[in-house]
Design a protein around this ligand. Structure first.
Ligand SMILES: NC(=O)c1ccc[n+]([C@@H]2O[C@H](COP(=O)([O-])OP(=O)(O)OC[C@H]3O[C@@H](n4cnc5c(N)ncnc54)[C@H](OP(=O)(O)O)[C@@H]3O)[C@@H](O)[C@H]2O)c1
Length: 336
């Protein structure tokens, strides 16, 4: 019998999540039924949407988790250790809703079998080529933002997972790219490792003034992961016919009852601009093309995503805190 270690929600976070909001629980897993597989979870994707599921809200986009029961929701990569399905064999790598735990049993039909290679290992399907990271950046920057050669492109939370890929896709499309991130170390990372032309440190203050100095002809595409004051600063600097892409608003997720709207939304009509939001799942029909393009750019050396891998399921709560407070660069993963 396999022993599973899982992280459950002990209490709903009040504002910023704390390690003490979560609890580690051990359990024995049952025997496999027909068509089921037992997986050892290899990597978990630490994603911003997990925070939004910790609140008790009926209108939450991804749903609301129960307290004290199921493992905290997380997408991940698992390795088949035992199979009662013809579709999957021992040793296969799969993508699916692993949950914050060391092992899980799923019907094989719930899982996607992955092709693994040296250039694109299984965990890349959580990062550079993963739905909540690389494909999200692609859907937002290329499908919605429609970056053109010579555009000035600004990306917020640029040193994070989605942001790092979004910056590089804008470069590939011929844009001049400015990343916004917190602190000099992340700004150095943006310029030296991600290939941004310029970087703005929002923690140094006056984001509006910094953008004005770096974008004298205005911003053509703003890819927003943050919302709040950073969105307003970008709106104030839009060029005529700019596109604003709302990917997310992480500055708002700790208090979704009091979301701060854009104060300067009148810059949209004044600049003949447009604002578009998206969720990556609505681009699913294009996933095969998007994955093929990303794989091509990885192979040609035009696209990479540095990863920060935390170790041990006990550190899952700490990883959630890290994601929300910017304690990582690139893609944050956890190896349980
Ligand atoms: N539309 C979709 O379908 C879709 C899909 C997936 C993800 N998303 C969105 O994509 C965004 C990025 O998610 P991710 O998983 O890639 O996370 P991430 O960017 O790797 O991590 C979040 C980053 O946000 C920054 N941040 C946190 N609080 C902030 C604040 N108050 N002000 C400014 N920056 C703040 C932190 O960087 P600093 O150190 O720079 O502060 C942190 O590193 C999120 O908004 C998420 O909801 C959308």
């Amino acid at each position: 019998m396999t022993q599973n270690r899982k992280i459950i929600l002990k209490q709903r976070p009040q504002g910023e999540p704390k390690v003490s909001d979560f609890e580690l629980v051990e359990e024995a897993l049952p025997e496999l039924k027909e068509d089921e597989v037992l997986l050892k979870v290899e990597h978990l994707s630490i994603d911003a949407f997990i925070r939004t599921m910790l609140d008790a809200r009926d209108d939450s986009l991804h749903g609301s988790m129960e307290v004290g029961k199921e493992p905290v929701m997380a997408l991940g990569i698992g390795r088949v250790v035992q199979s009662r399905s013809d579709a999957l064999n021992q040793g296969d790598a799969v993508f699916g809703p692993m949950g914050a735990q060391t092992h899980v049993i799923w019907p094989a039909g719930m899982l996607r079998k992955l092709e693994e290679s040296e250039e694109i290992p299984a965990r890349s399907y959580l990062g550079v080529i993963g739905m909540t990271t690389g494909l999200t950046a692609y859907a937002g920057m290329l499908n919605c933002g429609k970056v053109q050669e010579g555009d000035t492109v600004v990306v917020s939370a640029a040193a994070g997972a989605v942001g790092s890929v979004a910056c590089q896709l804008a470069k590939i499309a011929g844009g001049r790219v400015i990343g916004i991130a917190g602190g000099p170390d992340k700004c150095k990372f943006l310029k030296e490792e991600i290939g941004c032309d310029e970087a703005v440190d929002y923690k140094a203050g006056d984001v509006n003034g910094q953008l004005k100095a770096l974008c004298p002809d205005g911003i053509n595409v703003f890819f927003d992961n943050v919302g709040g004051d950073i969105l307003d600063a970008a709106l104030d600097n839009l060029a005529q016919f700019a596109r604003v892409v709302i990917c997310g608003a992480i500055s708002q997720y700790n208090d979704m009852e009091h979301v701060t709207g854009p104060r300067l939304y009148l810059r949209i009509p004044e600049r003949n601009a447009s604002m578009i939001g998206f969720t990556v799942d609505k681009h699913a029909e294009q996933f095969p093309k998007m994955e093929a393009d990303i794989a091509g750019w990885i192979k040609s050396g035009q696209l990479k995503l540095p990863e920060q891998i935390e170790e041990g399921i006990d550190n899952f709560p700490e990883a959630i805190v890290k994601l929300m407070t910017g304690g990582h660069k690139g893609k944050l993963l956890l190896a349980p």
